[in-house]
Design a binder for this molecule. Structure first.
Ligand code: FAD
Ligand code: FES
Length: 399
């Protein structure tokens, strides 16, 4: 049974046992996990690893969602090169078998689990007793864009293997079939799990503009079709609304998982909510944040001269102290100048790697897409987003 564990922010050195190109700009990496670390690297489908490497003499860490099935015994991620991207370019062009990469154990709240705390096998679902066997029968739905397929693939392969009565419907948007990551794997699952896995592919670069809706309906209703919907990814949200009306089973899907560009997933969340899908059944993962100003939460409206500048950060029992000179500056940016091994990855408030607890003083977060309300109530903040609101602020990564 899969379950979550206490957070371990140690970077362990793992060897690459397989490096497999997926497309011209993406690669799948599989890590060898020694026996003594197997428990530390157990994961719930949807979670990610934080990888760290020295690139051009600088330590660089980034998050990558696990793409392997939770019951496969394999630990893999897939990385797509981002134009001008430091880590992704290095990974796609340089990583080779036997290279050793620093890898933090799995983290993240985007999980194949409606309670988002424990095993996805434990959640209350449509289960029926058949003899002595508990047969779980759920319907999962997901929308992925580009490299956003990685956590979803882990979910699909795990569900297909662990819940033989469950269904999974995937809408997968790419520029073209050529740039589609895991194309062969998805088609193979479709063949092997006829009637249980439904794939609707959307290609935005296609010359044809056949409406998505007809293909989508055909794909979901007729399991043997490939479900090619050659149209623009932009039309997914409005057409999903129509689709939900036509397919009541989809409407009552137990869980929705969204992973793709922020604008697309924002709109999808809205469409699902308008269609009556309860917010608690929708989970979203972002790989990067769109540039935006509106969501920023400003520090409390108080005398700016009262804002603190003296910061103490504790990590692995050692403390560093520094001043924040600039108003609005976040703690992590300055802290990294003093210790570059502080846990962090995305730096836009999505991954939760930089979580620390306030020991004294107060702070506000510009953005929080990672911490639960209870964690915030307990005094945790994302240091990449934390701006002090007291004269002195002490934070610990060790709590
Ligand atoms: C929880 C989580 C899971 C993730 N899982 C995956 C995964 O499974 N596979 C994967 O390929 N990536 C994944 N990412 C994205 C990954 O962590 C990096 O952000 C990405 O590889 C770019 O890093 P870089 O060092 O190459 O680019 P950087 O050097 O950091 O950035 C270079 C430029 O690219 C822009 N940029 C950064 N990230 C993206 C992006 N994702 N898309 C478009 N532009 C971007 C930056 O704004 C910057 O202008 C995930 C991110 C998060 C937070
Ligand atoms: S580094 Fe990802 S939330 Fe702060």
């Amino acid at each position: 049974m899969l379950e979550t564990k206490t957070i371990d922010t140690t970077f362990y050195k793992l060897p690459l046992i397989e490096v497999r190109p997926l497309t011209s700009d993406s690669v799948k990496l599989t890590f060898g996990v020694p026996k003594e670390l197997k428990v530390a690297y157990r994961f719930v489908p949807g979670q990610y690893l934080t990888l760290r490497s020295v690139i051009d003499g600088k330590r660089v860490s980034r998050c990558y969602s696990i793409c392997s099935s939770a019951d496969s015994g394999e630990l893999s991620v897939a990385i797509r090169r981002v134009k001008g991207g430091l880590f992704s370019s290095h990974a796609v062009s340089q990583f080779a078998v036997n290279d050793v990469v620093e890898v933090m154990p799995p983290m993240g709240q985007f999980m194949l689990s409606s309670d988002r705390k424990g095993s996805f096998l434990d959640i209350g679902t449509r289960s029926t007793e058949r003899g002595t066997t508990l047969v779980t029968e759920r319907c999962y739905a997901a929308v992925a864009g580009g490299s956003g397929i990685t956590p979803i693939l882990s979910m699909i392969t795990t569900v297909m293997s662990v819940e033989p009565q469950s269904h999974f419907v995937l809408f997968y948007a790419n520029r073209s079939e050529r740039t589609m990551m895991f194309r062969d794997e998805l088609k193979a699952i479709q063949r092997q799990c006829k009637g249980r896995f439904h794939l609707v592919s959307i290609y935005s670069d296609s010359a044809e503009t056949e409406p998505l809706i007809h293909h989508a309906v055909a794909s979901v209703l007729e399991p043997n079709t490939t479900g090619l919907a050659q149209t623009s990814a932009d039309i997914i949200p409005p057409n999903l609304k129509i689709l939900l009306q036509q397919l009541p089973d989809l409407m009552s899907a137990d869980s929705w998982y969204l992973c793709g560009p922020q604008a697309m997933t924002d709109r999808l969340k809205q469409v699902l909510a308008e269609s009556g899908v309860d917010e608690s059944r929708i989970q979203r993962e972002l790989f990067t944040a769109d540039t935006r100003e509106s969501v920023l939460v400003s520090p409390r409206d108080e005398d700016k001269s009262e804002l603190c500048s003296q910061i103490k950060v504790i990590f692995e029992g050692l403390s560093i102290e520094f001043h924040l000179e600039q108003e609005g500056e976040v703690v992590l940016n300055e802290a990294l100048k003093h210790r570059d091994d502080l846990p962090h990855a995305c730096q836009f408030g999505a991954c939760g790697t930089c979580r620390a607890k306030i020991i004294s003083g107060s702070a506000v977060m510009k953005e929080n897409m990672a911490l639960e309300d209870e964690e915030v109530e307990e005094g945790y903040v994302l240091t990449c987003q934390a701006q002090p609101t007291s004269r002195v602020l002490a934070l610990s990564f060790d709590e």
